[in-house]
Design a binder for this molecule. Sequence first.
Ligand code: FEO
Ligand code: CA
Ligand code: CA
Ligand code: CA
Length: 682
Amino acid sequence: TPAAGPQPLRLSFAAVAKSTADVVSVPAGYTATVLYAVGDPLDAATPDYRNDGTDTGFENRAGDHHDGMEYFGLNAAGTARDAAGSDRAILAMNHEALTDQFLHAAGTTPNPRPAAEADKEIPAHGLSFVEVRKQNGRFAYVKGSAYNRRVTPLTPMRIHGPARSSTLMKTLFSSVGTDCRGTINNCGTGITPWGSFLTGEENWAGYFTRSSTDNTARGGATARSVVSLNRYGRAQGAASRHGWETAGAADAYARWNISQVGASTDGTDDYRNELNTFGWMVEADPYDGTQALRKRTALGRFAHESAAFGLRAPGRPLAVYMGDDSRGEYIYKFVSAANWDAADANPANRITTGDKYLDAGKLYVAKFNADGTGQWIELAIANPAISGYATYTFADQADVLVNARLAADALGATKMDRPEWCAVHPVTGEIYYTLTNNSNRKVEPTGTQMALDAANPRAYTDAPTAPSAPGNINGHIVRMRETGGDTAATGFTWDIYLFGAEAGMDPAKVNLSSLTADQDFSSPDGLWFSAKTGFVFIQTDDGAFTDVTNCMMLVGKPGQVGDGATRVLQYTKGDGSTLDVQTRVGATPGADTLRRFLVGPADCEITGICETPDGRALFVNVQHPGESISKANVTDPTKYLSHWPGNAGYGAGGAGARPRSATIVITRDNGGLIAADGDAVL
Ligand code: FEO
Ligand code: CA
Ligand code: CA
Ligand code: CA
């Protein structure tokens, strides 16, 4: 008999088993449909995608490596924004990177790169804005929609915030440092309270090269520009990721070489500062392609993932949470100078509303304490720890933001196990961060390796089932609660919501969340809360568990900071002595609070997620199926590690097809809420 009265929402699906099959698996009663794959034409003039390496014109096709994604509703006529529009929308998504070989007929040509190959690879990066529409109960993308457009690494955009006009931003393209070209390696995303799109530039540094002899005019090997380059993971003389600078003398290629070639002292006659125009959170108006995108420099320059807004209150500042995804990097928070005005939720002009909230404010970095508290420390030039930093002399606040990693070093922030996405619980306001993994987290670190600490407390050296690669190879998810629930707080409490692990591993040392076979996962990356159900969705980008299962997505119904217990993890050092690490572990999940919802096709990552406002359609990205073959230039289709989505009937090629990154849409066969049953919808 049905219970009387409203029932709280509960997870409502049968857990999906781990799998290495080259298919998308979803629970019984759900359907996953391919919606928008690399190469799909955005306009009527662009031919269908042959997927044989001969296709060109990626400026008018879906780019590669679909990543973060947000939903922007339209009214039924498609003429205006409708925050409740569940049948028609613009999907905004990132195209992070490439599976190179499948863009070309016979694989990738080494340096010097043919211009014809670079001319496909460059615009296969960037963003898509694509209209999707539900007709006869099914979503499809709308070829030829006036909203469809691509943003690429060559699209002109503007520099905003404190680093605008800085000497660090002056280039041949913009001698006054106010403009720049393009966005690249876009990973996570965000959606602003005023209905615009945020996209984070992640591994941008690797696309550039700087000569090993490019020192003299710039102050030698200890020059600040070299210290900066090194701190963002690049060495002088290191080859660029795709060698585009070798494809010709034209500016579109030459700009990827950031060596000094001009005689100016300010960099206005070459590309030496081009690197400084990347590494930002970028804002776009999905509804209005006439508005130039803005690089929001007040939010700092690092390997950006997602941007999650804290719960907002009228008259209080906005908080934007962000992570820097590299081993030992930091967790950041931006607090706006402007206080939230609810009238800005549906503004006349989204980009100028972004100017109001995102161009002035304070940028903080997180320090985690062993007792479960933490501090946000401001990256301010006025702080003596920054102005007097011995490793790098900051010129001004613009320099602090351009070199946020160095400034955070100076403040002694906590080095985390690769902060990927963050997300904010829509009811509690608690902030969740995936820490995807860190093979350099050690019981006894040497060199650049990192010691264990309370917020990064796990290494595998003495685990009974220790994998060959030690460190924190399965990652974890930390969560934080601002003091007083205030977005502007400078203190927080924290615990670890979940530790990734294989179910069979030792619950005392490795499987610290006691995950079962229906819950076990490794390397959490994408992270998102449904605004409809309040459930958390966890997506993986894994290499440690892929002998057992392809990457996946789980759904959880989390509690809150402090619902678990303090634990002491004991490690044995090489000399037989012990190391105790105290941490705080959230409540052990049960079958009613965490289940696997989806497993992707072979050799993919699951990333990017958004929903219709009615909670009845979920969009998810499948990134780089079959990517491991990318550098091998294998031409025998039987050797491809994936044939998805061709093997699922999408596009040309069938079961022998080259794999393609793609967006899928998931619906419930009974038309119900995704993953949930009950009445008490948020
Ligand atoms: Fe592009 Fe850190 O994931
Ligand atoms: Ca990611
Ligand atoms: Ca990742
Ligand atoms: Ca990946």
